[in-house]
Write a protein that binds this ligand. Structure first.
Ligand code: PEP
Ligand code: MN
Length: 337
C-alpha cells in the first residue's frame, strides 16, 4: 500500500503517518519525488484495511499496490530510476556497456583488455574474483588478489569495477573494491546475501536466476530495496529451457516487460545467455533494440586460453566491431553510446 501525501503536507503530517504505520507494526518507506512525497507501508498491510489513513491530515490518497513486490514496482514509482556512478548513469539516456573477462586471471591480461575497452570509451570493467563454478575442481577465482588487481587498474584507467559477491562473509571486502556489486544467477534467491547488499551503499547488479520467473526476480530486487539500497540494476542472462544448442535461452521479452513492471534499470548479458561467441553480437544488438539500458559482455584477449567462459568471450577486435554497430541501434532507440 502506498500513501500519497498532498503537495502542501507538513513534516508533522508525515511524521504522524509514519508513527501510525509503525504503531501497526509496519515499516514506512518515505520517497521524496519531484512532485510528490510517497510513503510505502512495508509489512503485512492487511491490518491497514480498517485504518482510515485517508482521513489523516496531509494525506491525499491511499493506493493499494496489487503486485507482491512494492518498492520496485512502477505503481510505486513512475519515473525511471537512474543510477549515477561517478558521473556515469545507468537507466537514463546513456547506454552503458560493462565488459571484461569472465575471471581475473592475472594483472597483465586484465590490463590488456582494460586498455582496449578504455580506448572505445567503455566505462565499466568486469572481472570475477570469486567464481561460482559448477565443478569444485574448476578455477574458483583469485579472491582478494583479483580485487587488488582490479583496484589497481581502476586507478590506472579510471574505469569502474563490476565484480561478483558470492558470500555474505566477503561483503565488506568486495564492497571496498567494487563500484557495482554483482549477484550471480545462482545466488538470486540467496536471501541472506540480498539482505547484506541491501545494507551496503553500492549499486547492485542482480542477475536473473536461471530458473526464476520475473515475479521471483522482482521479489529478490525487493529484498535489496526494502533494506534501503535503491540502486538495483536487473540483468537478464538467459534462462534454462529444453534447448541445448545455446547455453541458456535469452528471454528478451523481459526487457519491455520489466520496463512496464518496474522503474529499475534493465541490462542484458548475451554472453552467458548464448554461451558461444558467434551469437553474442546479434543478441547484444537485439537487446539494445528491445530497450535495454546496457549490456554485460565478456571480452578476453585470447578466448582460447581463458580460464573460464572462453567459448563465449569476444576478442577485443570483435568487441570493437560490435560497439561500432551498436551506435546506430542505440541512436534509433534514443540512447547515447
Ligand atoms: C559471470 O558474470 O561471470 C557469471 C558467473 O554470470 P551468471 O551468474 O549469470 O552465470
Ligand atoms: Mn562468465
Amino acid at each position: 500500500m502506498i500513501i500519497v501525501m498532498t503537495p502542501d503536507h507538513t513534516s508533522e503530517d508525515l511524521q504522524r503517518v509514519v508513527r501510525r504505520l509503525e504503531d501497526m507494526g509496519l515499516r514506512a518507506h518515505i520517497s521524496h519525488g519531484e512532485h510528490r512525497t510517497i510513503v510505502g507501508a512495508i509489512g503485512d498491510e492487511r491490518i491497514l484495511r480498517e485504518v482510515p489513513l485517508e482521513s489523516m491530515a496531509g494525506v491525499e490518497k491511499v493506493v493499494p499496490i496489487l503486485t507482491p513486490y512494492k518498492l520496485v514496482s512502477r505503481e510505486f514509482k513512475k519515473e525511471d530510476t537512474i543510477i549515477n556512478i561517478n558521473g556515469h548513469t545507468i537507466g537514463g539516456s546513456e547506454l552503458q556497456i560493462i565488459a571484461g573477462p569472465c575471471a581475473v586471471e592475472n594483472r597483465e591480461t586484465v590490463e590488456e583488455v582494460a586498455s582496449s575497452l578504455k580506448r572505445l570509451g567503455i566505462n565499466f570493467l568486469r572481472g570475477g574474483a570469486f567464481k561460482p563454478r559448477t565443478s569444485p575442481y574448476s578455477f574458483q577465482g583469485l579472491g582478494k588478489r583479483a580485487l587488488e588487481i582490479m583496484a589497481r587498474i581502476r586507478e590506472e584507467t579510471g574505469m569502474l569495477i563490476v565484480t561478483e559477491l558470492m558470500d555474505p562473509r566477503d561483503a565488506v571486502m568486495v564492497a571496498k573494491y567494487a563500484d557495482i556489486i554483482q549477484i550471480g544467477t545462482r545466488n538470486m534467491q540467496n536471501f541472506r546475501l540480498l539482505t547484506e547488499v541491501g545494507n551496503i551503499e553500492k549499486p547492485v547488479l542482480l542477475k536473473r536466476g536461471m530458473c526464476a520467473t520475473v515475479k521471483e526476480w522482482l521479489m529478490s530486487a525487493e529484498y535489496i530495496v526494502s533494506q534501503g539500497n535503491e540502486k538495483v540494476i536487473l540483468c537478464e542472462r538467459g534462462i534454462r529451457t529444453f534447448e541445448t544448442e545455446t547455453r541458456n535461452t535469452l528471454d528478451l521479452s523481459v526487457v519491455p516487460l520489466l520496463k512496464r513492471l518496474t522503474h529499475l534499470p534493465v541490462i542484458v548479458d548475451p554472453s552467458h545467455a548464448v554461451g558461444r561467441a558467434d551469437l553474442v553480437a546479434p543478441m547484444a544488438k537485439a537487446a539494445v533494440a528491445a530497450g535495454a539500458d546496457g549490456l554485460l559482455i565478456e571480452v578476453h584477449p585470447r578466448p582460447e586460453e581463458a580460464w573460464s567462459d572462453g567459448p563465449q568471450s569476444l576478442t577485443p577486435k570483435a568487441f570493437e566491431q560490435l560497439v561500432d554497430d551498436l551506435r546506430t541501434i542505440a541512436e534509433a532507440v534514443g540512447k547515447k553510446l
